[in-house]
Design a protein around this ligand. Structure first.
Ligand SMILES: [Zn+2]
Length: 569
């Protein structure tokens, strides 16, 4: 199918429908990608300045790589919006978006490709390229083609789409006197001057040189910094917000002495990470670090667990055993949920803190012990003292150096960095490489209230990495599958985006009526969701991609829900 007459792009309504102007938030969305409207004249003067400072060759490379990045993102969108990737319709998303974004008017001449086999040949005509216009306005006619950003976009789109390097080149350009521009694309290996062409797509040596130098400088800086600074908590844990820096500062001061530290904060804020950081930043770093969650040990065993036991002390104590404190000797012990300690264990702990000695359960021998204690709680210990659940004298002993770790919702600046950190972790763990988080998902993650704090964030990123395909960005629905539920905390965002847009299409009164009717009956959101999914699968004859499109979900998100539905049945 390479006859010009036969080749036509499909209607672009589905692509235009991906654009949403979220004026309240100052954002434009293309599906889940954040976009900006830029004046083409402003782009023209940026281009001019680049040419004048970097020279034409460097600018060409710079703009080609810039376009390449944009093209890759369009390919990602193509696979989402028109998932049947072996069809012309799906490939056409690239050139059609090029036109929608106002960059150039594309007409297909020839297009043959096979993603499976990795073959591609494409020819297109470009009319009214904004780049030609900008170039002619600033520099007049050129001997060489000048649509650098556009050609980078075409190459980036096709490369990402095909899963292998594809290079487009301009064989004719309107800036050099031709009636219009003409481009040809082939897989990289098929170009005779492949190396020459690819040179432009690899980052500029000047940038790499600068980067290498900068790295060298920071390595030098690091080696100059003293050991104390280097082992700083800041190098081990993630966070740049004022709230978290404050915690780091307190911990840094504490690690110079043996002072008992009490970490307070909600569940999941990372108390153990902080305790570990304190240990590694202290001069006990080469000695043991033992973490104990007091809530996980039955109350009648906790004494033996912590302080050890001698044979025959109670039924089941078949031999002498050292407790966690003895094992942490010369190091640090972290007692999480310290409020759960039994009264007897509280008494023994008090003695360890006051006199640095303990006896194993059932033993007469007193042992000297040198352990730094870091205790943690997510409850109000003072209140527990008032209610008689916790010894007052132990509380005062523990509360010498309290450190409050803020909940995640109070340190939202740290969220992007934490996400980066967990992505890195789970990419390695699952041997996968996603494209990170979509802009819209990032916005939602920052706005979310995080009742489960960092642990919840970590779990969510793990799930996102599992659900997303390689080289695909993790989208909103991977994180919040129940986003469409009106009660969902993120509904604020949803309502300014997709949901509101869809609602606008229907008559508001009709919808109201429909909702009333729905809720009058024996209603369950879960059931409704299940029914909708089954209906969509029916209509799509079991084709998951098609059904996903009907439901406005990504394929992995629907597959995930289908699996859940199967489990229920
Ligand atoms: Zn051109």
């Amino acid at each position: 199918m390479s006859e010009a007459a036969q080749l036509q792009f499909p209607a672009s309504k589905d692509l235009i429908a991906q654009i949403q102007f979220d004026t309240d938030q100052g954002k434009i969305w293309l599906n889940e990608q954040r976009m900006v409207l830029i004046h083409s004249a402003a782009m023209g003067s940026l281009r001019k300045e680049l040419i004048e400072t970097l020279g034409a060759e460097r600018t060409k490379g710079f703009l080609m790589r810039f376009g390449f990045q944009a093209g890759m993102r369009s390919a990602e969108l193509a696979m989402k919006v028109r998932p049947e990737i072996e069809t012309h319709e799906a490939f056409s998303v690239g050139p059609q978006l090029h036109a929608i974004m106002g960059m150039v008017n594309v007409t297909p001449i020839a297009l043959e490709f096979d993603v499976q086999a990795g073959t591609l040949y494409g020819e297109f005509t470009w009319k009214d390229s904004y780049e030609c216009e900008a170039h002619i306005n600033e520099f007049g006619h050129s001997d060489e083609p000048v649509c650098w950003e556009l050609i980078g976009y075409a190459s980036g789109f096709a490369s990402f789409y095909m899963g292998r390097k594809v290079i487009f080149r301009e064989t004719q350009c309107a800036a050099s006197g031709h009636p219009h521009c003409h481009i040809v694309g082939k897989v990289a290996e098929e170009w005779e001057d492949q190396e020459q062409l690819e040179k432009y797509l690899t980052p500029d040596p000047i940038v790499e040189e600068l980067f290498a130098l900068r790295q060298q400088v920071s390595r030098l800086e690091e080696s100059v910094r003293d050991r104390e600074e280097q082992e700083d908590l800041l190098t081990n844990s993630v966070g740049r917000s004022g709230a978290f820096k404050n915690v780091c500062q307190l911990i840094r001061k504490a690690c110079k002495s043996k002072v008992t530290v009490l970490l307070q904060g909600e569940t999941g804020v990372g108390k153990e990470v902080v305790a570990r950081g304190l240990h590694t930043a202290s001069d006990r770093r080469d000695n043991p670090f033992i973490a104990v969650n007091c809530a996980c040990i039955p109350p009648d065993l906790i004494e033996a667990e912590l302080f050890g036991v001698v044979r025959g002390a109670y039924t089941g104590a078949s031999h002498d055993r050292a407790g966690k404190f003895e094992r942490a000797n010369t190091g640090t012990i972290f007692l999480d949920e310290v409020i759960e300690l039994s009264p007897r264990a509280q008494a023994t702990l008090l003695r360890v803190l006051q006199e640095s000695e303990l006896e194993r359960v059932g033993d007469n021998r007193t042992r000297r012990i040198d352990v730094r204690v870091v205790a943690a709680t997510n409850e109000d210990l003072e209140q527990a003292v008032q209610e008689g659940r916790f010894r007052a004298d132990l509380f005062y002993r523990l509360n010498v150096y309290p450190v409050h770790i803020p909940p995640l919702r109070e340190r939202t600046e740290d969220i992007p960095q934490l996400i980066e950190h967990f992505l890195e972790k789970y990419h390695t763990l699952y041997n996968k490489r996603t494209m990170g988080v979509t802009d819209k998902a990032m916005q939602a993650l920052i706005a979310y209230k995080w009742p489960g704090n960092i642990r919840e964030l970590e779990n969510m990123i793990e799930r996102g990495v599992i659900l997303a395909e390689n080289n695909e960005a993790i989208d909103l629905q991977c994180f919040f599958p129940s986003l469409a539920e009106p009660t969902h905390p993120l509904n604020v965002i949803a309502s300014s985006g997709v949901l509101k847009e869809q609602a606008r299409c229907d008559s508001a009164a009709n919808e109201e009526q429909w909702l009333d009717q729905l809720l009058d009956e024996d209603f369950s959101l879960e059931n409704l969701e299940g029914q909708l999914i089954r209906k969509a699968m029916d209509q799509a004859n079991g084709n998951v991609s098609q059904a996903a499109r009907k439901l406005g979900l990504t394929r992995p998100a629907l597959a995930y829900r289908l699996k859940k539905l199967e489990e229920v049945v």
